[in-house]
Design a binder for this molecule. Structure first.
Ligand code: PBG
Ligand code: ZN
Length: 329
């Protein structure tokens, strides 16, 4: 007969008891859906590397999001995909008032007033070289100019009505610069700042770069995105951004970096911790399901349980439309 303290089954033998053992229940309110908006207003083009995901034109957003909002969609994150607008060295199209993101924010805040809208802030979708910042002649990052430009872009999204801006560029000091510009322009109390704080250099971004045509035309992002094996640098990035005025801290990618999610929650329990289940994770899960490896619902829910267990209270995932069917509330 085992020791009394070795008896575990009674803790979770009944289905009603299992949620009591969880860190956090999975609910629709935890989800943010990343979506792609093109500057072809009537467009709906499939993304080959991301089944079930499309690049949407502004005129199609109502038919796309209306049904999801009715099913309980609480928040979206917008990525601009310029197909017509010309790209240049400083990413001028990022805050073009006629550009896809600004038009989409305005439309969404008007059409779905309760929907929370976050704008990803970066330059790579709009620069001719595909890097996330502005470059010097020798192709290294001009951090100062980049940060200034990113702050201007963030301000333009705030002015268009975004509820949250989320810089994914990984330049040094951009959180402080964006917080300052929001404050100076009277947005600090109504536009939150979600930092992609621990964003690692990753092969899992592949399908996204395909979706946005945003792969760097030379080199890679290793000089600004975090080195894969480094936990301590990721922790420095988290506390740096916490001190610079971030409201939400994000870890990205998700599944391969859940140790960092747990660290983030332990070290910064006063912040909501977000985790981004990125395009490559989406494709990996989807393609495995297609190959008969597992049931999609079971596998995806398991990945989300692992994220809340690690400490996340906000999950960005392309599975959101499916999850709105799978989750009850
Ligand atoms: C660009 C950006 C990337 C993602 C979000 N913003 C890709 C990158 O850094 O190359 C990745 C999202 C995903 O893969 O789903 N700054
Ligand atoms: Zn970028």
């Amino acid at each position: 007969m085992s020791n009394i303290s070795s008896l575990l089954h009674a803790t979770y033998h009944h289905p009603a008891q299992r949620p009591w053992a969880k860190e956090r229940e999975l609910t629709k309110s935890l989800l943010m859906y990343p979506i792609f908006i093109t500057d072809d207003p009537d467009g709906k083009t499939p993304i080959d590397s991301m089944p079930e995901q499309y690049r949407w034109g502004v005129n199609r957003l109502e038919e796309f999001l209306g049904p999801l909002v009715n099913k309980g969609l609480a928040s979206v994150m917008l990525f601009g995909v310029p197909v017509k607008i010309e790209k240049d060295a400083v990413g001028s199209a990022a805050d073009d008032p006629k550009g896809p993101v600004i038009e989409a924010v305005k439309f969404l805040k008007n059409k779905f007033p309760t929907l929370h809208v976050t704008c990803d802030v970066c330059l790579c979708e709009y620069t001719s070289h595909g890097h996330c910042g502005i470059l010097y002649e020798d192709n290294t990052i001009n951090n100062e100019l980049s940060v200034k430009r990113l702050a201007d872009v963030a301000l333009a999204y705030a002015a268009a009505g975004a509820d949250c801006v989320a810089p994914s560029d990984m330049m040094d000091g951009r959180i402080l610069a964006i917080k300052r510009i929001l404050l100076e322009n009277g947005y600090s109390n109504r536009v939150s700042l979600m930092s992609y704080s621990s964003k690692f250099s990753s092969s899992f971004y592949g399908p996204f770069r395909d979706a946005c045509d945003s792969a760097p035309s030379f080199g890679d992002r290793k000089c600004y995105q975090l080195p894969q094996g480094s936990r301590m640098t990721a922790l420095r990035a988290l506390s740096r951004d916490a001190n610079e005025g971030a409201d939400i801290l994000m870890v990205k990618p998700g599944m391969p970096y859940l140790d960092i999610v747990r660290d983030a929650k332990n070290l910064h329990p006063e912040f909501p911790i977000a985790v981004y289940q990125i395009s490559g994770e989406y494709a990996m899960l989807y393609r495995s399901y297609e190959a008969g490896v597992f049931d999609l619902k079971d596998a995806v829910l398991e990945t989300l349980e692992s994220m809340t267990r690690a400490g996340a209270s906000l999950i960005l995932t392309y599975f959101t439309p499916r999850l709105l069917d799978w989750l009850e509330y």
